[in-house]
Structures are given as structure tokens and as C-alpha cells.
Design a protein around this ligand. Structure first.
Ligand SMILES: *Cc1c(COP(=O)(O)O)cnc(C)c1O
Length: 406
């Protein structure tokens, strides 16, 4: 068993007060809080290690390079990539998906098909719209049911020899639904399509094994995994990263530059143009260490218990509308809900006055809200440091908000 009080002490921000109340932070699907270990590794970098990497013969540059590459190795082990060179540091999930989509925008031809799902975050919609516009490819969308569960029959029927790319989220940010990625990938591969996964919501909660899933690309953000903002990673199978055109040109990503033509660096540097977020990458590695120190299974078990406790409490409120898969084994600890006849923004504002941070709105998944004909939801998303007592206060808060707004 993990001791949540001990874990809470690792997160200094949880000592904060908001509107003169203790902070209850339930916006973890937007960004998670940062443990002291990760903050310390950022301070350590700028105090002891700061230098540009892969360039200097001097000791500081070599030490910084070593720490940066060690972080890449940690990510390789964590996601079980075959090679460290299959891990590209990015600015986050959005950057990773754009890197892949812009490459396929150049490789695809008119009439090729790109498949996404109705549940996607804008980050996994717009880059593919751009790729389709650039190449003349057609965008197709896997429909979902009233619980946000993807229609696998429709998906299977959609696949054909023109399908070149299937790009879907592993877990929905709006509802927490876990999609059947292994099966989606297997079916896509049967028609020769590559599979790109938006892992922004899965990586913080699920042990991801890219080889077991057999996915071709997998994009994540550190700031949702107890790491800092502005850094993420893209996994890509070596042979596919080799055929993908570079995303940005500049220093670090080249072998030789001449005015007639240039040659590109080997993986992963071909995709890391310019001075990267060295400090961020190292701190991301520390965040991964932190997750393993707590234990991914223990974290998931605690979060699942929180989800169950919260759903039981919320379900008892009359007029509540809950979204997402009712099968909790296919959910991470995200709850989207509305109170009948009340705008989600008003509930969110009252909860904020009580020190409770939730997200309201469309959660960057406007098509999902369109599907339900609602302007948005109230979303509470949990992390390892949240407690049952905090959830009881949320339920009390929602009841109070309902009384005030009814
Ligand atoms: C947060 C999120 C993104 C975007 O991540 P950034 O860190 O903002 O680049 C993409 N997809 C999903 C499902 C997300 O939750």
C-alpha cells in the first residue's frame, strides 16, 4: 500500500491555499503537479550542469549531454522501445503529432485516407486536417456511442487499401475512456496503415509497452506525468522514423550542410533541430523515476478507488448527468458531468470559490461536446496525491452549487 499523506508531502503546491481554502486540485488531466524531486532536478541542472549538448569538447557540455541521453534511455525503458534512438524529445504531445502528421502530409497522395476518431483532442484533429489539405488525402472519423465508446464495427468497415494512417487517442481527455489500442492497431496493420497514438492521457496512468501494443508512433507530454511543461516525447519505429521527412531544419539535425543540399543526422537527432529543452528532458527523466518509485500499479489502483468513490457520490445527486464508459475497467480517473439545466461554467466558478480546481468547457474536444449537444462539461480528474476526503468535499460542493444555482 502507498501512503498518500507521504506522497502529498512530495508536492509543495498542495500546501497552498486558494480563496482562503486549502487547494483541492482536480485538474490533473490538464496538467499534473510537480514533486520536489523534479523541481530539484531543474534547480540542479541550472546550478551545476547548464551547457549546450552534443557540441562542446568541454566537461560541462559532456556532462549535460550524458544527462540528456540518460533521460532518453529512461524513456526507452519506460515505454519499452527497442532502441533509444526511437525516442525523440518534443515540446509535448501536440508537437509530436504535428511532427508525424506534417511528414505524412508530404508522403500521402490524393485519395489516400487518414482515420481519426470522434473522441479526439483538437491536437489529434487539426494536424491531420492540415496533412489532408496538403496531400489531398481524405479524413475519416470513427463514430462513438452515447458513452464515448468507439464503434469498432464501423472502424473495421472503414479500413481499406487506401487507409494509410490511423491516428487515435489511447485515453479520452474528456471522459477518461480507454480505447482498445492493440485491436485498433492490429486491424490497421492488416490493411498496411501506420498507427499513431495520442498518449497524453494514458501515459500518466497506464504502463504503456509500445512493442506489445505494436503501435508505430506514440506521443506523450511530461507535464501530465508529474514532469515540467514544454517537454514531451515521441516514440516511433526506427524504419518509419527513417522514412519520415524531417519536421524542422536547423542545427543538430544535419550531418553536412552545403548550399546545394544537406544530409540529415541519424535518429533521433534528425527530428531534434536546434538546441533542445535539455533541462526539461532531464527533469522528465526524473518524473519517470518518481512514477516508478511510487509504482505504476499502486498509482492506478489508488486512482481507480478514487474514481469509484467519486462516481458513487455524484450518482446520488439528482439531476446529475455523467458521461463516459460505465464499465470502469475501461476508464482512467476522469469524470465529466453536468447538472441538468445549469451551465457548467457556473458550477466550476462556485467550486473554485470553495478551493476546488476543476476544468469546465469543451476540454479541447469540441466535436465530443457537439455530439452530446452540450456547451461543455465539468471535469474532475484525479492523480495519485488526491484523497477520499477531497472527493467528499467535491460532492458536498456540487450539492451546494446545485442548491445555489437551481
Ligand atoms: C493534453 C492533451 C493533448 C495535448 O497535449 P499538450 O501537452 O498540450 O501538447 C493531446 N491529447 C490529449 C488526449 C490530451 O489530453
Amino acid at each position: 500500500m502507498i501512503n498518500i499523506q507521504d506522497i502529498r508531502e512530495d508536492f509543495p503546491i498542495l500546501q497552498r491555499r486558494v480563496h482562503d481554502r486549502p487547494l483541492i486540485y482536480f485538474d490533473n488531466a490538464a496538467t499534473s503537479q510537480t514533486p520536489t524531486e523534479v523541481i530539484d532536478s531543474i534547480v540542479h541542472y541550472y546550478t551545476h550542469l547548464n551547457a549546450n549538448i552534443h557540441r562542446g569538447v568541454h566537461a560541462l557540455s559532456q556532462e549535460a549531454t550524458e544527462a540528456y541521453e540518460q533521460a532518453r534511455h529512461k524513456l526507452q525503458l519506460h515505454f519499452n522501445a527497442k532502441h533509444a534512438r526511437e525516442i525523440v524529445f518534443t515540446a509535448g504531445t501536440t508537437h509530436g503529432i504535428n511532427l508525424v502528421a506534417s511528414g505524412y502530409g508530404q508522403l500521402l497522395k490524393a485519395g489516400d485516407e487518414i482515420v481519426i476518431s470522434a473522441s479526439e483532442h483538437h491536437s489529434n484533429i487539426v494536424p491531420w486536417q492540415l496533412a489532408a489539405a496538403h496531400s489531398g488525402a481524405v479524413l475519416r472519423v470513427i463514430p462513438m456511442d452515447a458513452h464515448g465508446v468507439l464503434d469498432m464495427q464501423a472502424y473495421t468497415a472503414m479500413l481499406n487499401e487506401r487507409t494509410r494512417v490511423v491516428s487515435v487517442q489511447h485515453v479520452s481527455n474528456a471522459m477518461g475512456n480507454i480505447h482498445p489500442i492493440a485491436r485498433i492497431t492490429e486491424l490497421a496493420h492488416q490493411v498496411g496503415a501506420v498507427v499513431v497514438i495520442d498518449g497524453a492521457q494514458s501515459a500518466p496512468h497506464i504502463q504503456v509497452d509500445v512493442q506489445a501494443l505494436d503501435v508505430d508512433f506514440y506521443a506523450v507530454s511530461a507535464h501530465k506525468m508529474y514532469g515540467p511543461t514544454g517537454i514531451g516525447a515521441l516514440y516511433g519505429k526506427e524504419e518509419l522514423l527513417n522514412t519520415l521527412p524531417p519536421y524542422q531544419g536547423g542545427g543538430e539535425m544535419i550531418k553536412e550542410v552545403h548550399f546545394q543540399a544537406s544530409t540529415y543526422a541519424d535518429l533521433p537527432y534528425k527530428f531534434e533541430a536546434g538546441t533542445p529543452n535539455i533541462c526539461g528532458a532531464i527533469a522528465f527523466g526524473t518524473a519517470i523515476d518518481y512514477m516508478h518509485f511510487i509504482g505504476l500499479e499502486a498509482m492506478a489502483a489508488h486512482e481507480h478507488a478514487l474514481l469509484q468513490h467519486a462516481l458513487e457520490g455524484l450518482q446520488s445527486i439528482e439531476g446529475i448527468e455523467l458521461y463516459g464508459n460505465p464499465n470502469l475497467n475501461e476508464r482512467t480517473a476522469v469524470i465529466s458531468f453536468n447538472l441538468k439545466g445549469i451551465h457548467p461554467y457556473d458550477v466550476g466558478t462556485l467550486l473554485d470559490q470553495m478551493g476546488i480546481a476543476v476544468r469546465t468547457g469543451h476540454h479541447c474536444a469540441q466535436p465530443v461536446m457537439d455530439c452530446y449537444h452540450i456547451p461543455g462539461t465539468i471535469r474532475a480528474s484525479f492523480a495519485v496525491y488526491n484523497t477520499f476526503e477531497e472527493i467528499d468535499l467535491l460532492i458536498e460542493g456540487v450539492k451546494k452549487a446545485k442548491r445555489m444555482l437551481a
